[in-house]
Design a protein. Structure first.
Length: 352
């Protein structure tokens, strides 16, 4: 169904410069935007070129932007592993946030379809990020806190920032208790360090999609469940979760309304300067002992941050550069305070 003119807001998930767009009918009529900008849609009469303006812009003149459908097609054509199959009854006048075309992805090695999805909007922010429809949300006193997801490369200081937040107010912030199948050690209590479960139950829970993430270590499984997030939120606490960025798309639901913070390293030079006496717990080290950072660690951190940002940057609500820990912490704290009191743009699907 076409939306009422001017009532639809979208978040741009890519950068757009009409001057570099060979397809636009008139470059001067185009509207440039950056990833993360909120745009107000003024008209969707044309299936290829929508008219939009920047949210809050007093200038009544709208500019042209590529429609969601058109932009998805252009992106998909640049990615050969994604195949486009036009729908038989595709409705050219649809808002673009309904069905537009089917995607099926071929696995490069087996040439088998890995999945076929009937609704292109399942790809809004995952495989072909173009735009997502958003609306304003402000947490009401009786609402659960939004889940706060922290992502960042190994060694960037994410755990230190999380620890500082936790000890600043243990009544207000909470973290999940992971599950494991390894035997409980004498000093450990069930439900404190870990929730200890059998391998059979763990595997069943994996089958039933109960885990946000899981891994295997020395023949035992470890993982973080959706229920462990729910139990922190049920205590009326802000749940701090650090995960790999690829898991974020599964958490983007009405229930969790995640706010995603990317902790980014500073420049290579600043890393060398500020971390020369610091230590890192290397992911390659079996015992988890801390060692001084090496040049390789710094390079790896920068590279990994770059990959995270380019692949998942459209899912980040806030980027904090951890140059100096105290400054990054204070920026983080301010972000949390704002989150609880201010209005934010969230996907419309989170409001129903
Ligand atoms: P330990 O058995 O010594 O407590 O932990 C062994 C390993 O399990 C550690 O390297 C730790 O990082 C990993 N681990 C602990 N919790 C989780 C989790 O929730 N998910 C995953 N993937 N690994 C975990």
């Amino acid at each position: 169904m076409p939306v009422k003119e001017g009532k639809m807001f979208i978040r741009a998930l890519f950068d757009y410069d009409p001057n570099e767009d060979k397809a636009i009918p008139c470059k001067e009529a185009g509207l440039a935007f950056r990833k993360g900008d909120i745009l107000q849609i003024m008209s969707q009469d044309d299936a290829t070129w929508w008219q939009a303006k920047h949210e809050g812009d007093a200038n009544p003149r709208a500019g042209l932007i590529p429609s969601k459908h058109f932009q998805e097609r252009r992106f998909a054509l640049r990615r050969p592993e994604v195949q486009i199959q036009p729908l038989k009854n595709s409705n050219r006048k649809s808002s673009g946030f309904r069905r537009s075309f089917r995607l099926s992805r071929k696995d490069k090695k087996t040439n088998k379809s890995m999945y076929e999805c009937k609704k292109s909007d399942q790809y809004d922010t995952a495989d072909i990020p173009t735009y997502e429809e958003v609306a304003k949300y402000r947490r009401q006193p009786n609402d659960k806190y939004r889940l706060v997801v922290l992502v960042g490369p190994v060694g960037v200081g994410l755990n230190e920032l999380k620890r500082k937040l936790l000890i600043s107010d243990t009544q207000h912030y909470g973290v999940t208790v992971p599950h494991t199948t390894r035997p409980r050690r004498s000093q450990e209590s069930d439900g404190v360090e870990y929730i200890f479960i059998s391998k059979h139950l763990f595997e069943t829970d994996v089958q039933n999609n109960k885990f946000i993430e899981y891994g295997e270590y020395k023949n035992n499984y470890y993982g973080t469940s959706l229920d462990s997030v729910r139990s922190v939120l049920a205590k009326n606490k802000v749940c701090l979760l650090d995960v790999q960025p690829h898991t974020v798309k599964h958490l983007r639901t009405y229930e969790f309304k995640p706010f995603v913070i990317f902790i980014k390293p500073p420049s290579l030079d600043r890393l060398r300067e500020t971390r020369k006496n610091a230590k890192i717990i290397s992911s390659k080290d079996d015992k988890g002992t801390a060692k001084p950072f090496t040049e390789e660690d710094f390079q790896e951190m920068i590279k990994s941050a770059h990959v995270m940002e380019s692949q998942y940057g459209h899912l980040f609500d806030k980027v904090i550069v951890n140059d100096d820990l105290a400054t990054a912490y204070s920026e983080l704290k301010t972000t949390f305070d704002r989150l609880e009191t201010e209005t934010f743009w969230v996907p419309v699907s989170w409001l129903h």
